[in-house]
Design a protein around this ligand. Sequence first.
Ligand code: NAI
Ligand code: MG
Length: 492
Amino acid sequence: MAKKKNKEKTRIHFDTDWKYDPAPESVEHIKVNKQYEHYIGGSWKSPNEGKYFNTVNPASGKRLARIASGSTSDIDDAVAAARKAFGPWSALPGKERGKWLFKLARQIQERAREFAVIESLDGGKPIRESKAVDIPLAAAHFFYHAGWADKLTYAFPGRNPEPLGVAGQIIPWNFPLLMAAWKLAPALATGNTVVLKPAETTPLTALKLAELIDDLGFPPGVINIVTGAGDTGAALVQHPDIDKIAFTGSTDVGKEIQKSIAGTGKKLTLELGGKAANIILEDAAIDQAVEGIINGIYFNQGHVCCAGSRLLVQESIESKVIKKLKDRMSTLVIGDPLDKNTDIGAINSRAQLKTIQKYIELGAKEGGEIFQCEGSLPDGKGFWCKPTLFTGLAQSSTLVKEEIFGPVLAVQSFRTLEEALTKANNTPYGLSAGVWTDKGAKIFKMTTKLKAGIIWANTYNKFDPASPFGGYKESGFGREGGLHGLSAYVTF
Ligand code: NAI
Ligand code: MG
């Protein structure tokens, strides 16, 4: 990592000729309480064991708020509240449940700026992304499912869809509000009630959502939010009165969850890690492909399960693509997540930064050639990592095989489409992939043979609530979004 230099500096721009003026988003309208409790049965409840933890701003390392730490008995209370609410909520006509979801969607839109700023403060992602991606997609997810609530018999024609009961939902820190929306919207639309556990480093937007739910006067107990770390999540998974677990996070925890509920009859969907290949063929529009590669791996600091963390580039265009990539990397602005010019914000936590740094060291040890841009990282106690590119790595190297969940790209080349397919599929994961080519026939050939749940062609990291998202192999099972996602919350 580069040395710290200028004490005043809050962001850097690698280009030496010109710089953007700072354009910080205002935080004056933001209200973050000093302390948050659990939201159970329609009211705020102090944790039964009286324990709290801090959530910090990863750009400064400073505490934002104290957060209730959920014990088994808090989970008991939340599940009991959800069970009590299940009868009346599931008996509501779909049209009425839809109205609640529409209200929630509209309120998220109404307060989009506030949600976006808090998302960036708590998680470190650039405000431009929170505003353009996270919050609008969260609202869109509620709108989409609001539309289904009274049309379930059309969604599943000739069948009689019934809700499952109480869903326990555990979400990660990379898209905190969006992941809450992915979990809550289909569950509620189909008549289930929910206990949601946000990630410990990014609980604030879910708690803001609880405030919004409270302001709207949502029926108590339909949505319960219990904060805490892995233990709280495990207590939720193991609770005997849960009918369904939906989890997004690491493959290791996903496997643990699968083991711990085996034989209980609880339904399960898992959305886990990935090691996606972004494949650039020689006939691709190279400038667009380079933008797509940059977006695929450096978007949200690479904290994306479907990140294009492996680049497979056809040998004939390899040097050209790498040169263009390095040039483009040199123009990326790293720094204050609340600055509208920032491309790359803060790494979500100190622990994640350490993980990423460990991988970068390993890449160099395993013989990879590293490229990072000139320039120093922002000062202060925040968690920062330069966008990093590795070339010259063997297929067997750790960086090609393992998920890093940071802004680190491993580049490999190939000669034929068959070789590209073999390399792309040579991974225990199977969440996503990207193909860049001018030829429709090649897109069809590649997409039918790639073992990945989501495949983008001539674009990357695009999401839509109507489009099912999920993986093969160790990337998990079940789908979120679209009819497939809806079907994970009903029984016939
Ligand atoms: P994690 O899987 O530990 O955390 C995800 C969520 O699961 C959090 O809410 C956490 O509190 C909860 N959790 C942790 N242990 C649990 C348990 N035993 N039972 C139930 N819930 C539990 O992920 P972590 O440690 O934050 O990140 C580690 C790695 O996982 C990352 O480096 C990345 O590779 C991967 N990851 C993948 C994500 C994805 O979207 N697929 C999201 C976050 C992390
Ligand atoms: Mg935080």
